[in-house]
Design a protein around this ligand. Structure first.
Ligand SMILES: *Cc1c(COP(=O)(O)O)cnc(C)c1O
Length: 485
């Protein structure tokens, strides 16, 4: 087979290529748990291999498939691995993988309703579904699918700015009489700083509110900060609460924060990028109580809902200001659809991929109850892991969450006199432990800092994880601790 120009191959060749790719993907899942979780490779090795790709002439497609699959297999941290206890990167749902292939094949343009009525309506259906699960009333739900939590949070900030300062779309920040400021906890995700930078608010406009010892936003400190800012002629316009912090999986006190937002007349956004998934689980959804009071919410299906990257959801209640934020018309665009929404007027994206299909097909296949089962199982495994770790003398330092993120310190061997001595020895210790564990390739974990001190962070991110991997993980931790003595 040889395509010397971009062509649609004849049917028998299409079948061959699908067969080859399908086989290679199947074997990938088959051998996944035997692969090292993290690759041992340096950039030079990869660059030398890539140097053969000069792109000057055509190459046989089957050899391109084989080589790229080999590269992905060898030179990648395997997020899909059942012993990847990592950042929020899941094993993808198989239906999500298939959906993404279908989207690539049909290549719909979701920016305008009349280019993909089915795509836009499927995504709106999903938005209404998730909005309703969060307790929003269905007539008021607006929003869009995003590339992830960062874009969803950016959208929340732009919307809140437009609500607070309707003239800002024309005059910009310089037209405002005072500097707008927003609030998020010290444990909030770092994306907010980039958003403040990108919007022109400036990074100083992000007021990081301290957390209580349980790692939740300190609401009294929030109120004091808002009052102090008003007293110095700043303009508070948004408080961003986190439901499921990235380091420790903790949920901010949403009802109390909502009350303060209302008291000061500012917008209330909940960043539930990871833990928003629990809205699908009846017994756990009450942990999100207060989220229904939010003006807007972020959920990342590419995290706990296990759809392939990239997929975020931005949901809000304020259609009017969303329209105002992204209003545009262009001569070359088709006229507005009479009964559908043109997403290029509702979001920062213009050309828009059909992000929602992988979520739609995954959710329709497993059903809400299937997801509920997965989430409940992961929570039980999290409890089991806590137990195993405690028995092995590891100290759990985020006991305030039920969710399956476990942050630990070594309860036995780190010399007390070095803690807080400012020598950095404690951080170095945990970084070394973590690097050693990762380099062995059997499990993957990370480090973080909580209340100023380092810790190891373990998150159950894969629906493939079982007790077997928990046992392996604790063995690895204990083994490396022994070496460090
Ligand atoms: C992951 C995460 C983000 C960023 O989302 P992306 O999808 O990586 O852009 C924002 N907030 C929280 C709480 C997160 O966990």
């Amino acid at each position: 087979m040889e395509f010397s120009t971009p062509v649609l191959p004849p049917p028998d060749e299409r079948d061959l290529l699908w067969g080859q790719m399908g086989d290679r993907i199947s074997s990938f899942f088959e051998e996944l748990d035997t692969l090292p979780v993290a690759p041992e490779v340096d950039a030079t090795t990869i660059r030398n291999h890539l140097a053969a790709y000069t792109f000057e002439r055509s190459s046989p497609p089957d050899s391109i498939i084989d080589d790229t699959v080999d590269m992905m297999r060898s030179w990648n941290t395997q997020n899909a691995h059942p012993a990847y206890f990592g950042l929020f990167n899941p094993s993808p749902t198989y239906m999500g993988v298939l959906a993404d292939a279908l989207v690539a094949a049909v290549n719909p343009q979701l920016g305008v309703w009349n280019h993909s009525p089915v795509g836009v309506e499927i995504e709106q259906h999903l938005l209404r579904y998730f909005g309703t699960r969060l307790g929003f009333s269905s007539e008021r739900i607006a929003g869009s699918m995003t590339t992830g939590g960062s874009e969803a949070n950016l959208t929340a900030v732009l919307l809140a700015l437009t609500r607070a300062f309707p003239e800002i779309g024309d005059t910009g920040l310089r037209g405002l009489p005072s500097q707008p400021v927003l609030y998020a906890s010290e444990e909030s995700h770092g994306a907010i700083h980039k958003i403040a930078h990108a919007t022109g608010l400036g990074r100083n406009a992000v007021r990081l509110v301290p957390v209580s010892p349980d790692l939740r936003m300190d609401v009294d400190a929030l109120e004091r900060q808002i009052q102090a800012d008003i007293a110095t002629n700043l303009s508070p316009f948004l408080v961003l609460a986190t439901a499921g912090t990235t380091s420790a999986g903790v949920i901010d006190p949403l009802p109390e924060i909502a009350r303060l937002a209302e008291k000061f007349g500012i917008s209330f956004h909940v960043d539930a990028a990871w833990a928003g998934a629990i809205c699908l689980a009846d017994r756990l959804a009450p942990l999100l109580s207060g989220i229904e009071l939010a003006d807007s919410v972020t959920i990342d299906p590419h995290k706990w809902l296990s759809v392939p990257m990239a997929a975020g959801i931005f949901i809000c209640k304020d259609h009017e200001h969303l329209n105002r934020t992204f209003r545009i018309s262009a001569d070359y665009m088709p006229p507005a659809a009479s009964d559908g929404v043109d997403l290029y007027t509702q979001s920062i994206q213009w050309s828009r991929r059909f992000t929602g299909l992988k979520l739609f097909m995954s959710l329709a296949t497993a059903g809400r109850q299937g997801y509920e089962e997965m989430i409940e199982r992961q929570i039980r495994l999290g409890d089991e892991l806590r137990q195993r770790l405690r028995s092995a003398n590891w100290e759990i330092i985020n006991p305030g969450t039920k969710l399956p993120i476990v942050c630990i310190r070594d309860a036995t061997c780190f010399p007390d006199e070095l803690i807080g001595s400012g020598t950095g020895a404690e951080s170095e210790y945990y970084e070394t432990v973590c690097a050693e564990i990762v380099s062995r390739g059997r499990v993957w974990i990370s480090t973080t800092r909580l209340l100023g001190r380092p810790a190891l962070r373990i998150c159950l991110t894969s629906y493939l994880t079982t007790s077997t991997e928990l046992e392996l993980l604790v063995d690895e931790l204990n083994g490396v601790r022994e070496i460090m003595r």
